[in-house]
Design a protein around this ligand. Structure first.
Ligand code: NAD
Ligand code: TYD
Length: 355
């Protein structure tokens, strides 16, 4: 790739995408970073307020499901790289509304692949399609077993979300195999950090503790997730985009497994300290509720390949990352209030529509 790259990041207004866009805009002033996002309920341009005036950054409101629009945009822009994060991303929503996951995650990814293939016209020198995926494509591990997901693990998705992401991974590999499209894929574990929409476990529970609302623990709370600080995921994506090998997959994780209930108790303890509430007062909000349908038991990543091959490793320990995350939500109550009230939806109209 030439030194001056034009990169389209899809889903850049979401949780992980906004961290990645910020990292790239600040780290690579000579690149042009285009954030392509539909702004669904999960997209919030206020996440990028600090860099929205940067000269190497541009936002375009587009739906990846609209093939004609995406294709003509790619033909016009001639990007060097695509980093594809746009997706429907919440498992609970995929249980009640699987079709929108199939449309965005499968059809949307296919549209981007076709648009990249057609715009690059087999002249793939210096080009790369990076698909950001999840460890949930590998299904579920057993509790108490020393087994991990890695790059060789067979696909066995169990939720409509993970099945749609698995299908999109397969499409990306099929385009590499069939048309020679240069690709990389990464499958990452659960992320946490600033700007995460308060429907996922950690931000939802921070918000509920603040509001003294019940903390709905699914089932017995014994399911295990492997948590990674979002800025570490963004740095892994940056590393893979620049140093990864064409056609390869990278498993990304934090070597940081927590049973939900243990994580929730730690969160309660930290919140009590920070809010100067009596010890154990937040824990009293814990309410066991009916389990999620088809709830995967355990996710855990063996990230030794990316650590060895690309010398990437997580930089933040969980307790410190969780503490920083809580501090961010406590210092950004306006962000949280605008997201929970829906006011954030007006950010685009107020700040961008007349540009
Ligand atoms: P998110 O839900 O916070 O953001 C998704 C973004 O995609 C939003 O800005 C949304 O507006 C945009 N989008 C959705 N549909 C679109 C469409 N049709 N056209 C254009 N834009 C659209 O998601 P996230 O948590 O930041 O996850 C980003 C990516 O990383 C996803 O592909 C997800 O599968 C993957 N991932 C997430 C995690 C995690 O823990 N959150 C872990 C591993 C992988
Ligand atoms: P979530 O943040 O939805 O991520 P994922 O389903 O992609 O892992 O959930 C993390 C874990 O927390 C998962 O085991 C489900 C559980 N959970 C609850 O117990 N209660 C909740 O309200 C939510 C949202 C999740």
């Amino acid at each position: 790739m030439s030194d001056r790259k034009k990169i389209i990041v899809t889903g850049g207004a979401g949780f992980i995408g906004s961290h990645l866009v910020r990292l790239m805009v600040n780290k690579y002033p000579h690149y042009e970073i285009i954030n392509l996002d539909k702004l669904t309920y999960a997209g919030n341009l206020a996440n990028l307020q600090d860099i929205e005036s940067s000269t190497n950054y541009r936002f375009v409101k587009k739906d990846i499901v609209d093939f004609e629009d995406i294709k003509s945009f790619f033909l016009e822009e001639q990007p060097d790289g695509i980093i594809h994060l746009a997706a429907e991303s919440h498992v609970d929503r995929s249980i009640t509304d699987p079709l929108s996951f199939i449309n965005t995650n499968l059809v949307g990814t296919a549209n981007l692949l076709l648009a990249a293939r057609d715009c690059w016209k087999e002249d793939y020198k210096g080009k790369l399609f990076y698909h950001v995926s999840t460890d949930e494509v590998f299904g579920s591990l057993d509790l108490g077993e020393e087994t991990f997901f890695d790059e060789q693990t067979a696909y066995d998705p169990k939720s409509p979300y993970s099945a749609s992401k698995a299908g999109s991974d397969h499409l990306v590999r099929a385009f590499h195999h069939t048309y020679g499209l240069p690709i990389v894929i990464s499958n990452c574990s659960n992320n946490y950090g600033a700007y995460q929409f308060p429907e996922k476990l950690i931000p939802l529970f921070i918000n509920n503790i603040l509001q003294e609302k019940p903390l709905p623990v699914y089932g017995e709370g014994i399911n295990v997730r492997d948590w990674l600080y979002v800025e570490d995921h963004a740095s892994a994506i940056d590393t893979i985009f620049h140093k990864g090998t064409n056609g390869k997959t990278y498993a990304i994780g934090g070597h940081n497994e927590w049973r939900n209930i243990d994580l929730i108790k730690l969160l309660c303890e930290l919140m009590d300290e920070k809010l100067e509430r009596a010890p154990k007062s937040s824990e009293q909000l814990i309410t066991y509720v009916t389990d999620r349908a088809g709830h995967d038991m355990r996710y855990a990543i063996d990230a030794s390949f990316i650590e060895k091959e690309l010398r990437w490793k997580p930089s933040i320990q969980f307790r410190e990352g969780l503490s920083k995350t809580i501090d961010w939500y406590l210092s950004n109550k306006e962000w949280l209030a605008s997201v929970t009230s829906g006011a954030y939806m007006k950010y685009y109209e107020d700040h961008y529509a007349n540009r």
